[in-house]
Design a protein around this ligand. Structure first.
Ligand SMILES: [Zn+2]
Length: 117
């Protein structure tokens, strides 16, 4: 005598498919804010020095920064060297300061500065 239909017993209930978008997030080394990776500028430590990596594809230890001068200034003061576990050479500094200077000034966005107390 045959006993039941095993296939029926072994049927695994289907899990509901959860469509959770996985957005890679990174921390800005300047202000420690966590943001979507694509909103950040990647910096990478290469054998030639620390480079801005607009493609995000260069191999090497990377760090991320906002496109804000404030964050870059903090990064250049040591946060970046710490994040990349590398010392910034004079050439690195020059290159990164050049990039910093190409960024829009935060002050220029916000209109008139506060004069009165
Ligand atoms: Zn930042």
């Amino acid at each position: 005598m045959e006993v039941g239909n095993r296939d029926f017993v072994n049927k695994v209930p289907k899990k509901p498919v959860q469509r959770v978008k996985h957005i890679p997030q990174r921390t800005c080394v300047g202000c420690r804010t966590v943001l979507a990776k694509r909103q950040m500028i990647r910096l990478v430590r290469t054998p030639e020095g620390i480079m801005v990596d607009p493609t995000g594809k260069l191999a090497g230890r990377g760090a991320y920064l906002h496109d804000r001068r404030e964050c870059w200034e903090r990064a250049l003061k040591g946060a970046l060297a710490h994040a990349l576990k590398a010392d910034l050479t004079a050439a690195d500094r020059e290159r990164l300061e050049g990039f910093l200077n190409s960024l829009p000034q935060d002050e220029e966005r916000g209109g008139t500065p506060h004069v009165n107390d």
